[in-house]
Each structure stands twice: as C-alpha cells, then as structure tokens.
Design a protein around this ligand. Structure first.
Ligand code: 5GP
Length: 245
C-alpha cells in the first residue's frame, strides 16, 4: 500500500477504493510535542479497537464522520478528507495544559463546558489560538467553524453518556475535522482522526484513577492495563497482545 502520511501515532495509506484511506495505528507514544517518546507494545491495537467502537456508536446519531470499518488489528478504512489544521479541545474538568496555563487546580469541574482551539503545527508545538486567529489565517470559514463547534458539543454529550455507563468520567478530549468532497466539488465538514485514550482524558468515576495517556505523559506506568480496562468495560474483545508482563 502506498504511504501517504506518517504522523506521531498513525500512518495513512492509499485505500483500496477511490476516496478511501487505510488508517494504521502505531505503538509509538509521544508527549510534550514529541520531546518524550517511546514505544508501548499493543497501544495501537487497543486504540484501533476503542476508536472503531466509538465511531460505530456515533452511528446512532446523525453526526457525519470518516470511519467506514475496522479492517484488521491495526487498520481501519476511512473516507479521504482534507484535514482542517485545527485541534478542537473540549474540557469539562480542569486537567493538563489548562492547569499549567491558568493555574487552575486539576480536577476542578468547570462551570461550563469549555472549547479551545490549537493550530496543528508540530514545529510551533500546536499553539492555542482564538477564533479570530482562525479567521485571520483562513484555516476554516465561519460556517465550517459553527459546524465544528456544534458537532464537538454534541460529541461531548454523547461521549459523556457513553463513558458514564461504564463508570468512566470524561475529563477532556481533542477532535479533528476534515472536508469531505463529493463528486460535484461541494464539501461537508466531517469528524475525522481518532477518539481513544490517547486523545481523551478518562478517569475512573469513583477512584479518579487516570485511564488515559497521562499514564505515559506523567510516567505513571500501567498504560496498557488502563487502556485494556477501558476496552473491557466497553465489552470489546481484544486480540491476544504480545505484551510482556
Ligand atoms: P492538553 O491541552 O491538556 O494537553 O490536552 C487536552 C486534551 O486534548 C487531552 O485529552 C489530550 O489528550 C488531547 N490532546 C491535545 N493535543 C493532542 C494531540 O496533539 N494529540 C492527541 N492525541 N491528543 C491531544
């Protein structure tokens, strides 16, 4: 398969049909804009299974997305989109960079669900940007931004419900959107990328144990165990992972 793009955690290959892509999940883990790097054997497989299941669940709604089907342990078939170079972050509870930036205590429930945007640019370490920056840089038009924001809030409600059913608290998450062009040259903005414990903060509702990539970022250990715990709670049957205990 022809490699089209290699990112920090995934590779994209040309898909079998026109307008399709094969998204391959790697075991590479990076944090702090790749200053911290490692390989966590099995992570890509678990993320592929969890993200596939979440996108399938989103099919219960009318939210358009890129996911077609999971092909194998590490691969999914997706629709080809032009990625909008913005990360949209939704926060319900303070954690991560908002605590560092604003001095807010981790774990504080935010009075309102908060939306933030970052520019997707590794060289600049994905800086936080405003809607005015997005407009100035012409990264997305107003109509696209309204779609992105309203969809992100709907995903937030949907994921909050999905995770609370399995005793997990959704703290925050990151989404990416892309332009899906139809044959007439018109496009629709659809949800893309992945939704996994790499892109969401997920805590056990009762114990507040971190079940996400913060285990890697903060050297807490037990990342595979935590991701497997999420998969088990979602009743996902994972393949045998060749992970040394
Ligand atoms: P923070 O800004 O606190 O680092 O991240 C907020 C949320 O967005 C977290 O759930 C984090 O996992 C996710 N996030 C932010 N930037 C990225 C990124 O570049 N890649 C991934 N996978 N997730 C991100």
């Amino acid at each position: 398969m022809k490699l089209l793009y290699e990112g920090k955690a995934k590779k994209l290959f040309k898909g079998p049909q026109k307008g399709t892509i094969v998204q391959y999940f790697k075991d590479d883990a990076t944090a702090f804009n790749a200053q911290k790097k490692d390989t966590v054997i099995g992570k890509g497989i678990i993320n592929n299974y969890i993200s596939s299941r979440i996108f399938q669940a989103i099919n219960q709604t009318d939210i358009p997305h890129h996911f077609i089907k999971r092909l194998s342990e590490r691969e999914q078939l997706i629709k080809e989109v032009e990625i909008i170079p913005i990360e949209i972050i939704i926060r319900k509870v303070a954690a991560g960079t908002i605590c560092k930036r604003l001095g807010i205590k981790e774990g504080q429930v935010l009075p309102n669900t908060l939306v933030e945007f970052c520019l997707k640019n590794d060289e600049l370490s994905d800086p936080i940007i405003s809607r005015e920056h997005i407009e100035m840089m012409q990264l997305a038009n107003n109509f696209e931004m309204e779609t992105i924001i309203s969809t992100a809030f709907r995903i937030s409600d949907f994921l909050t419900g999905l995770f609370s059913m399995i005793q997990i608290q959704l703290i925050d998450f990151k989404l990416e959107f892309g332009r899906f062009y139809n044959s007439n040259g018109f496009h629709e903005v659809i949800l893309a990328d992945e939704i996994s414990p790499d892109s969401c903060r997920l805590w056990d509702i009762k114990t507040k144990k971190k079940l996400d990539k913060d285990r890697f970022r903060r050297n807490l250990g037990g990342l595979i165990e935590a991701y497997t715990d999420i998969a088990n709670r979602m009743s996902i049957k994972l393949p045998e992972l060749n992970v040394e205990k």
